[in-house]
Design a protein around this ligand. Sequence first.
Ligand SMILES: [Zn+2]
Length: 327
Amino acid sequence: MTEILGVTIPESSFLNMKEDEIRKILKEQHETLPNGWKSEHVEAWRKPLKLVRDYKKNIVQRIKGESISQNFTSHEYGRLSHNPDKFPLFYLKSKNWDDDKPSILIVGGVHGYEPSGIFASIEFAEKNEDNNFNYVIFPCLSPWGYEMDHRWNYEAQDPNRGYVVNSDIEECIHFMDAIDTLGKTFLGSIDLHETPDRDITLRIMRASRFGTPLVQDYQNIPQGFYLVVDSYYKSGKDGFIKSINNAVANVVDIAQDKEVLNVPNENGVVYLDIPGLGATWLRENNISRYAATTEVYSTPIGNKKSIEGQLAAIKGLCENLTLEIKS
Ligand SMILES: [Zn+2]
């Protein structure tokens, strides 16, 4: 159960209902919620949220740990303004940076309630098994969301819609500034996400928060892993996409749903142009030649398996780009 502005929203009970029934309930609940939030709504939304994790203990300590420090330097690239002491932001950069090697960018925790990307990127840095590339790793873009186990940031904004010029989303501004300061381009990048069952509930909140229509916004939760990429990659250059999904298929199921996010699902690949996505920003600005967003269906498989899926996705990307640089 989630309580949002005094309205109680069931979560798991949706899973066994028919789509029409879900739509009806969502519509009723949506009608009782405000249509577009003012600052007092954001405050009221934030009030009952409880801290469930510890960013410094679980993440910062680990990225400053010995195994990562052997191969990476960590860099603070900003602090979240509502609590700067608690939320310094870090990225990792390969210690032995070699400008003759291509580089890969790995991003986790854009949505703080999707922890598998955070821990897969940390584990990847700890193991440091692939020396064909330089790496820049942003393990956790949204530490407040991580601590509160929420998709949104402190201001109830969605960080994976904020990679735009004149963005007002702090997490994205810090990231884009850090990329700009780094001054590097990447052969490939991967942004690690999850799609949990909880997203059904979040859709009601999103419609209320942003005053957007609800019914059109209802979709099923895809039953497995899928990759979101720009439609740009439809015209070829899709070797990295296949390589990622092949690697993931060894570990977790690939979504077989006919449609995902209202577009055809092509064997676990969804071509989608959503303004403000991190991967889109990286590709459009020629920061990364290949850019993909992973979506692990985390609810049935749990965190450990989700991390394995994300690690497989990173590996699949590296494998394909290794072939590319050697060909
Ligand atoms: Zn996400």
